[in-house]
Structure formats: C-alpha cells, structure tokens
Design a protein around this ligand. Structure first.
Ligand SMILES: O=c1ccn([C@@H]2O[C@H](COP(=O)(O)OP(=O)(O)O[C@H]3O[C@H](CO)[C@@H](O)[C@H](O)[C@H]3O)[C@@H](O)[C@H]2O)c(=O)[nH]1
Ligand SMILES: [Mn+2]
Length: 734
C-alpha cells in the first residue's frame, strides 16, 4: 500500500450544480417580497375605512411569510452531496473495522407487530460486515413476551438467513421485503429458506393470535421466567436476555461462521418513575451495550426501518474513519425513506423535499440534525464527550480480552444498568445520552452534540439505506406532525434554547445551521399567518372589499412574480427530487392541512405547556391498518375516519371558502357584473378558488362518500354551525 493511497480520502464532498443561478433567482424573489412589504405598508386603509383590519392582518402574515422564506434559504443556499469510497475503506481497514452496536426500539406489540420488528432485526444482523463485530439490541418498551418470543425464533432463523444473504448477495436483507420482491425461484436454497421463513412466521403469528406463549415453549427458554414478576407494561423488573452471545464459540450459523450478538431488553418500568419514552429506552441501551459489547459505533433504527442496503455500515465508516476529517464527525445520518408510500404520496409522507433537498443544505453548514433512525453515532460523542481538536478517538477493533464472564453474570450486571433508579442524580438525559423532556428527543440531542463542537454528515446513497412505514391515514399524519412541530418549537423557546447566548455566543454552530434548524423550529408558528391568509381574503371577497392590488396596477407585478416564481420553483424541485405532478399537488394540500391543524394544536399546546397546563407525550405512530383502510390507501383515497378536533378546523376553513365563493358569485352575477369585480379582486378570487380546488377531496369526504373513511357527520355539523355564526357576525356586525 503506497503512501498516496493512505492520503486519498475515504469520502468526497461536492457542491450542488447551478448554485449561483439559484442564488440570483432567490435574490429576485426577495426583491419581489420587499415590494410586497412596501405596498402593504404604504397602502394601509385609514382608521374607519373598509378593510383596515384585514389589511393589517395580511401585512402581519406577509411579513412573517417573507421572513420565514428567508429562513428556509439556509437549506438551499449551500447544498452539498457526499460520495464515499468503500473499496479504500476495506483496503485499509478490513481487518480492523470497529465494533458496531445496533439499537432497534419497539414499544407496543399491537401497533408494531413482532413479525415486523424481527424483520428489521434480521435485516441489520445480516449486514455486509464481520458478524463477530456486530451486536443487535432490541429494546422493548412494550415488555411483551410475544416480541421476545419472536426474537428467539428469529435467532434460530438467522442461522440460515445470514449465510444465505452473504452467499447470494441478497438485497434487501429483511426477509419479508426480500420474499415480496422476488417472484419465485425454484432453486434449492431459495425454496428451503422460504419454507423456514414461513414456518417461523406461522409459529409467531399463531402465538400473536392466541395472545400468549404456550407452556411448552416457555419451558424451553428459561428467559420467560423473568415475566414472573411482571404485572403490566408500566410496572415490571428489567427483563434482559442475551439471546446470542457472539463470543460463544458454539454460536455458529449453519455454514459454521460466527453470529452477531443478539440481546433482548425490556428496561425496568415503575409507575412512579417517568420512562422518558424513546430517549429513556436509548439511554438504557447505551449503558447495557457498553457492558456487553461496547461497540465504538452505535446505529439506531426504529423497529419499522429495515436495512435496505447491506453496505450502509461501510458507507458510514467512510466518514467516521476518514483520516483527515473523520475525527470531527459525531454522527452520520441517512434519510428516512418509506416502503409503503403510494405513487402520488397522498399524505406527503415521503418528506421528499426535506430529505432530497433541505438536509443537503444543512449539511453544507455543519451537518444535518439527528432524526431518530438510520443514524450512526460515535459512542463517546453520544455519551457527552466534547469535541477537541487534538483528540482522535481510536476507532479500530480491539478484541475484548479478559471477558470470560459467564452469560448469567453478564446478564445480571447489565440488568442493574437498565433500572429506574440508575439515572437518579446522574447526567443521563441531560449531558449524557439522549436528552429528556422534549417530544423530538432526536433533534434536540443532535443539536446538543453539534453545540459541543462536533460535525455531522448527511449520507444519501442511491440505493436507499432504510425503508420504514409512513402513516396511512390523515389523522395519524397530522398527529405525527403535531408531535414534531411541538418538539421543534420547544427547542426554540425552551430551556434548550437554540439561540441561547451560551450556544450562540461561543459560536458553537454556524449561523447557517441555526437558521437551518429554525426551518423546523418555526413550523408551528406558521399556523397563524396561514390561517389568516386562508380565511380573511375570502371573507372580504364576500363583502366585496379588495385587499390586493388591481390587475392594472404596477403593484400587481411583485405579487404575481413572487407567487409564480416560488411555485414554479417548488414544482420543479419536487419533480427533480423524484416526485410526480399529482404528488406535488397532494403535497400542497397536506402543507395546508398541517399548518392549519397540526401546527395550530402544537402551538397552543406549547403555550399551555409553559403555563403548566399540559404535558407533552409521545403518541406512537401505528404501523398496521385495517383491511379496508389499507385498500383505500392503495387507491389514494383520503382517510378521515374518526372524529378529531383537527378536522373541525380543516372542514371549517374549507366550507368557509366555498361559502364565500358562492356568495361572491351570486353578488357578482346580480350586482356589479363579473368583469368589473374580476378586475379589482382577481387575486382574492384566485386564492379562494385555489383553496376550494385543493379541498375537493374534503368536500367529497363530507358530503358524498359513504365508506368508513369519510368525514364523520358530527364534524360537518359542528363546522357548519361555526361558519354560519361567524359569517353572520362578519357580514352584519363588523
Ligand atoms: O415510549 C416509546 C415510544 C416510542 N418508541 C419507539 O420510537 C420509535 C419511533 O416511534 P414512531 O411512533 O414510529 O414515531 P415516528 O414519528 O415515526 O418517529 C420519528 O420521530 C421520533 C421523534 O418524534 C423519533 O424518535 C423517531 O426515531 C423518528 O423516526 C419506534 O420504533 C417506537 O417503538 C419507544 O421505544 N418508546
Ligand atoms: Mn415511525
């Protein structure tokens, strides 16, 4: 190996093409925004004049939108793309690759079925990586015997599955996804492995169906005795079982090769101790794993996020082990991609623009946030170590010497690390591990790592590294976004303080990155201006009062330019990120729905939280759906289903616009004449019209659909009563 080879980097970074053109374009939009501001400020109706209230409202909204648009530029101004050289990595380090501990989190056996969980586990056990250096930990906050049983079965199946994957270079390595992707192969090995999988599936499914583990199975595995003291999932001792001990010379697959270590953990839960949701689970895993395998690298995945690219560990190591820059990097984040999205992404759940555009932008300013899954951490950075220039942590593999402790002893000593009291008066949840008290434990933890001086890297290879399950109903989508926007807002205004002098004063993270975080931290406050903009102009349309420049006025130009330019860009960006035309349209609808419902509720909840009236929780997203719900999802029919207060807002805004438009049409036909009205009110008509078109599926769900996914009629009544009341007030009183 020549010196030249050693000095060649393990990854390279490229600036996005056409960035200068983009910057010019963005500057032109900003000029347009300034003109709009000037127009609004210089034309405020005088006190007592028609439309003064609405005008000032729109002024506020436009000031906000302009400001927020500026903030979002942080994610587009300086986009970069990474490319790795995995062959160089194996040339230099193949025999010294570090140990990797993989954490899979699950929390509820009914909405996260054991079969799904073990498919994720199997996919990460079968990584293209030396098995003896891999350890997989399953954290089960559901404390479910069924999940544990499924894991025991998976351990048996893994003995066939891992060598099969390696022999045939299988991709993806989640058995369920693999068998679904392959029509049928009559080759001997394939038939055998498929049969073994089906056998395992039948056993697990029948256990799940009966809801318990048979006495016979229980007697075979001593681990089940640990459920003896179990009363509920909120009240039990630590349950820990080393299912496979990678150091055991007898733990071999069918080809005679070593197996990865596999551990089941249900940390202790007591009603009087807050368990801190996923952050609590992760911290218990960090400690338990340090006692068992102590890998230098920690990969964290959600239980639905199976590995779709068996080279992902090697991708991540190209960054972390790079001789020149590697020592600065605390974590490597992969995008979240989803297996179950339909062609036109009905609920916009691919988060396409975030993962294909924005995180590349944040990467240009110091690194993406940690988004909770598909992320490789350097263990010491995650545990609170500060970055320092001179320090180079040794990544290379060290054989665990002198660790001839027996499994029962190792299990016993690990259990105490997962007890409720262990963290009392320690820094866990504060400066060590994942932070507590925030609904987005991931983002806040990543931010604090970056504030300790570390960088992160965004790695988005063509073959997607992880595929998970996106929510398949509108309420789930909205609830998920409520959790996210609420957590992100807390980062901005709470004790964590993105802008606190302590962080900013020391210049810990760049201004670009701070603004980048603000894109998400300011999601929630968008609710008010968006509500204003989707209600006021329509109400004024009904009253015949114009709030925008006439078509013949020169002030019309900036409005037209900003709208056309911004939406053309957004459309183009969506298409070249791989989306469809209808997908973009759906994205616009969900954008509106999130802003007017999820963000509003998050905003209100955050205020209540600070006043001490509410506690933020982690509502787990369901990963299974009823048959008819899935069918409608496949056909891209929106699922409303249960009555939710969020729907009342959506329906009210939609119906209000319909009512205003109808009222205006009637007036225009009988009164002034359509041409003249059009001349003075074109932008208001357009806005109201677009709002109606985008809401078509909602009207359908309110009035036309008969299936179970329609909007409950109670929502229709409530919102109509609300509209009738407010329209009457607005028309006659104001
Ligand atoms: O008390 C809990 C609650 C959740 N989880 C696990 O956390 C993961 C994420 O939960 P999910 O309901 O799927 O939430 P999502 O909104 O899809 O998750 C995203 O957002 C979360 C923060 O809001 C992050 O924790 C996740 O990693 C990220 O994928 C799942 O594996 C759960 O099993 C736990 O282990 N314990
Ligand atoms: Mn999820």
């Amino acid at each position: 190996m020549g010196n030249e080879e050693v000095s060649s980097p393990l990854f390279e970074t490229k600036r996005a093409k056409g960035i200068v053109l983009y910057r010019l374009f963005a500057a032109s939009i900003f000029v347009g925004i300034c003109f709009i501001w000037v127009y609004r400020l210089s034309h405020i109706p005088k006190a007592g004049e028609d439309g003064r209230f609405g005008w000032i409202g729109l002024l506020g909204a436009e000031l906000w939108f302009g400001f927020y648009w500026l903030v979002t530029q942080a994610s587009r101004w300086n986009r970069i793309y990474r490319h790795t050289f995995k062959d160089r990595l194996s040339q230099r380090y193949e025999n010294e690759l570090p140990g990797v501990d993989i954490f899979v989190c699950t929390a509820d056996p009914t909405i996260e079925p054991p079969m799904m969980v073990i498919n994720t586990v199997l996919s990460v056990m079968a990584y293209d990586y030396p098995s003896e250096k891999l350890s997989v930990y399953l954290s089960d906050d559901g404390g479910s015997e069924l999940t544990c049983y499924a894991l025991l079965e998976a351990a048996e199946f893994a003995k066939h599955w891992i060598p099969y994957c390696k022999k045939y270079n299988v991709e993806p390595r989640s058995p369920a996804a693999y068998f679904a992707s392959i029509a049928s192969d009559s080759a001997g090995d394939f038939t055998l492995i498929k049969k073994l999988y089906k056998d395992m599936e039948n056993k697990i499914k029948s256990a799940v169906k009966s809801g318990s583990i048979s006495k016979e199975v229980q007697s075979k595995h001593k681990g089940f005795s640990q459920w003896g003291s179990y009363s509920t999932r909120r009240d039990h001792d630590t349950i820990l079982q080393i299912v496979i001990d990678g150091r055991d010379p007898n733990a071999r697959d069918v080809e005679g090769y070593g197996l990865p270590t596999l551990v089941y953990l249900a940390r202790e839960k007591r009603p009087q101790y807050h368990h801190n949701f996923k952050a609590g689970a992760m911290n218990a895993l960090i400690r338990v794993s340090s006692n068992i395998s102590n890998g230098k690298i920690i990969l964290n995945v959600d239980c639905d996020m199976y590995s779709n690219n068996s080279k992902a560990i090697r991708e991540a190591l190209c960054f972390l082990m790079d001789e020149e820059k590697g020592h600065e990097i605390a974590f490597v984040q992969f995008p979240q991609n989803f297996e179950n999205v339909t062609k036109n992404e009905l609920y916009s759940s691919t988060l396409r623009i975030i993962f294909e555009v924005e995180l590349h932008g944040l990467d240009g300013y110091g690194g993406p946030p940690y988004v909770g899954t598909g992320c490789f951490h350097r263990r010491d950075a995650l545990c609170g170590r500060k970055f320092s220039k001179g320090y180079k942590s040794e990544m290379k593999w060290e054989n665990r010497k002198g660790e001839e402790i027996s499994i029962p002893k190792l299990e016993e000593s690990s259990k105490s690390l997962a007890s409720c009291t262990f963290e009392e008066s320690t820094q866990w949840g504060k400066e060590m591990g994942l932070k507590y008290g925030c609904p987005v434990e991931d983002v806040i933890t990543g931010l604090s790592i970056q504030c300790r001086g570390w960088k992160s890297v965004y790695c988005n290879p063509t073959r997607k590294a992880y595929l998970g399950l996106a929510p398949t109903t509108l309420p789930q989508t909205l609830v998920q976004h409520k959790r996210w926007s609420e957590g992100d807002l807390q980062i901005l205004v709470s004790k964590f303080r993105l802008f606190s002098p302590a962080l900013y004063g020391h210049g810990k993270i760049s201004l670009g990155l701070q603004l980048g975080y603000c894109i998400y931290c300011l999601w929630a406050p968008n609710c008010l201006p968006t509500l204003f903009y989707s209600i006021l102009p329509s109400l004024y349309l009904l009253r015949g009062i114009s709030l925008f420049p006439q078509i013949s006025s020169p002030w019309f130009i900036p409005f037209a330019y900003v709208m056309i330019a911004k939406y053309t860009w957004s459309f183009g960006e969506f298409l070249w990120s791989g989306g469809t035309i209808l997908g973009w349209w759906n994205d616009q609808r969900i954008w509106l729905y999130k802003r007017t419902s999820s963000y509003l509720f998050a905003f209100i909840d955050t205020i209540l939280y600070y006043l001490g009236y509410s506690d933020s929780a982690f509502v787990i997203t369901a990963k299974v759906a009823d048959e008819d719900v899935s069918q409608r999802y496949e056909k891209e029919i929106m699922e409303f289903g249960a009555s939710s207060p969020m729907f009342i807002i959506l329906a009210t805004v939609a119906l209000l616009n319909l009512y205003c438009f109808a009222g205006f049409l009637k007036e225009a036909m009988t009164g002034k004449g359509i041409v003249e009205v059009y001349e003075t009110m074109v932008l208001q008509i357009l806005l109201c019209g677009v709002l109606i078109i985008i809401n078509l599926p909602l009207y359908q769900a309110l009035f036309l659909r008969k299936d179970n996914g329609k909007m409950p009629s109670s929502v229709a009544f409530k919102s109509m009563a609300f509209i009738a009341f407010s329209c009457i007030c607005f028309k006659f009183l104001y």
